[in-house]
Design a protein around this ligand. Structure first.
Ligand code: ZN
Length: 266
């Protein structure tokens, strides 16, 4: 789903064993979710989708839950307690009506929506393999998590790591929050993963650990640009010049605006 548009391309990760599977995050729209379902049926025709894990509360990572549950009635949609609370806030008129349904009008988003169930512990299992939710705090948004699958040396990073897509700083609008994001990335590094899947990535790109360093470098570049640039416009231009090949420059704008709004209110 990596084509260029005013919205970042979204990734979903399927991890399957002999009989069961786990999906991490869902697409946003009905048509995207329907094609994901077809793809999953193709990849694993006789297996059961047991869990869908949601990495963080932004609707673009979970609005596909109701359609997936229609197809796999025993599917458990799970997330950390804090993520479930964030999901609920996304369904209030302020976010659902004023943002999501305006950005994606005309019945593109399935209604009514359904949030995940809060996990009682930080792990769940399929076929004897552990999946661990790790809370990493405020990164691209509040209360984000990553999913660690030790047996696969895999980290599904949600929006903590980006894959060649301009990063969204609309909510990580202070130095403190951007430093927290850097610490979250260090948590991923400490797990020594062999594969890291970014929540927003260029279609077809490799899920290499180099995305960890690239995401950190981008945060540092944005941070220093907030100090040297004099306006949101200048910051936007600067980041685009530094990273001319990243997808979705539209994302820079929200971050640049938020960075200078924050400056003005100090
Ligand atoms: Zn997000």
């Amino acid at each position: 789903m990596g084509e260029s548009s005013a919205f970042s391309p979204i990734s979903c990760t399927l991890i399957h064993g002999d009989r069961e599977a786990v999906l991490v995050d869902t697409p946003l729209s009905i048509s995207q979710t329907e094609s994901l379902i077809k793809w999953i049926e193709n990849i694993m025709p006789n297996k059961e989708l047991a869990y869908v894990y949601i990495t963080h509360g932004h609707g673009d990572h979970w609005f596909g839950i109701p359609l997936l549950k229609k197809r796999w009635p025993n599917l458990k949609a799970v997330a950390t307690k804090a993520t479930v609370e964030h999901m609920k806030r996304q369904l209030t008129p302020e976010y659902l009506d004023n943002r999501w349904l305006k950005m994606f009008p005309g019945g593109q988003i399935f209604q009514p929506q359904e949030v995940a169930q809060p996990m009682e512990t930080d792990t769940f299992m399929i076929e004897g393999h552990t999946f661990r939710a790790i809370e990493v705090g405020h990164t691209e948004t509040v209360d984000t998590t990553i999913l660690h699958v030790p047996d696969n040396h895999l980290v599904v990073a949600g929006d903590v790591v980006y894959g060649d897509v301009h990063q969204f700083f609309g909510e990580a609008n202070t130095t403190a929050k951007r430093e927290e994001w850097l610490r979250a990335i260090e948590t991923i590094e400490s797990l020594n993963p062999h594969t890291v899947v970014a929540g927003h990535k260029r279609e077809g790109s490799v899920d290499g650990i180099y995305n960890i360093a690239a995401t950190k470098e981008y945060i540092r570049a944005f941070e220093s640009a907030t100090k040297t640039c004099k306006s949101a416009e200048e910051l936007y231009e600067h980041m685009q010049q530094l990273y001319p090949n990243r997808i979705n420059p539209h994302a820079i704008l929200a971050g640049a605006t938020a960075a200078f709004k924050d400056e003005a209110s100090k």
